[in-house]
Ligand binder design. Structure first.
Ligand code: AMP
Length: 287
């Protein structure tokens, strides 16, 4: 295992990616907020299959957190993250300080208007503007690359695909499947906030997804029935439910006609921890 090179400044990131491309290498990018787990590692593995020079960014982006969110307590585990990146053959880790990403005078915002509106957009106003602004900066610094994201943050992945396409960025945005614990819970850096009792209750999300999937596989196509099945276990286990929604996986809007795929997206709170999950009926393997 070789340790990745760690850089904190934007100029070094840009120069390293330019050098790699000049040497004929394809650049792969995995943007993260750190506290890396097997979900992140699956993205690095895919990047390494698609590209030759792998960059992981670790930045807890203050622009995408609301004042009431968990910015201050978000886990920061740089040493362990560097070890994980080394194990996955990552070449460069970019871990900037907030002051270098947003120096005094910073005032530009990048917004994707439509796909950001429902779901997370309704419950976390300004969140996606923070995401698209920081990812635009990362894409500009890294340059032409394949950028790998997780479909756990499904709406974010759709938003960033739109961003790269709409702004003619030389970036291929790739979305990869959700990595789960053996019992079905989607891996998340926020899972470490959960108490033992909350960790058990968190399974309400995948129980809801499984219930909808079982009905779908039995031929049920009534969206209200499927939604009730998905929502029940979440309502039972969680303290507060932001949404359990059935949408078209391409538009994130309510489906039209009789769809052959239907997406279930959910977000709910256990104490002060907010978890999200999703599943595409008619597409994803059973949980
Ligand atoms: P985060 O560090 O939470 O901002 O996530 C960084 C990237 O990892 C995003 O593209 C996430 O969608 C992805 N990711 C997070 N959790 C998982 C997971 N359980 N499976 C696959 N990808 C994930």
């Amino acid at each position: 295992m070789t340790s990745p090179r760690l850089v904190h400044d934007k100029a070094s990131l840009r120069a390293a990616c330019d050098d790699a491309r000049r040497a004929g290498k394809r650049v792969g990018l995995v943007p993260t907020m750190g506290a890396l787990h097997a979900g992140h590692r699956s993205l690095m593995k895919h990047a390494a299959e698609q590209a030759d020079f792998i960059v992981v960014t670790i930045f807890v982006n203050p622009l995408q957190f609301a004042p009431t969110d968990d910015l201050d307590r978000y886990p920061r585990t740089l040493d362990a993250d560097l070890r994980a990146c080394g194990e996955m053959g990552v070449h460069l880790v970019f871990a900037p300080e907030p002051g270098s990403m947003y120096p005094p005078g910073f005032q530009t915002e990048v917004r994707v208007t439509e796909v950001t509106r429902p779901l997370e957009g309704e419950h976390r106003p300004d969140h996606f503007d923070g995401v698209t602004t920081v990812v635009t900066k990362l894409f500009n610094l890294v340059g032409a690359c394949k950028a790998v994201f997780g479909r756990k943050d499904y709406q974010q992945w759709r938003t960033l695909s739109r961003l790269a396409e709409d702004l003619d960025m030389p970036v291929e945005v790739i979305g990869r499947p959700i990595v789960r614990e053996a019992d079905g819970l989607a891996l998340s850096s926020r899972n470490r906030y959960l108490s033992a009792d909350e960790r058990v209750r968190a399974l309400g999300l995948c129980r809801g997804l499984r219930a909808a999937d079982a009905l779908w596989r039995d031929g049920e196509r009534d969206i209200a029935v499927l939604e009730r099945a998905a929502r029940g276990p979440v309502d039972d286990a969680f303290d507060r439910v932001d949404y359990v929604a059935m949408v078209d996986p391409d538009t994130l809007e309510p489906p039209e006609g009789a769809p052959d795929r239907l997406m279930v997206l959910m977000a709910a709170h256990l104490g002060s921890t907010r978890l999200i999950d999703n599943f595409v009926l008619g597409q994803d393997e059973p949980l």
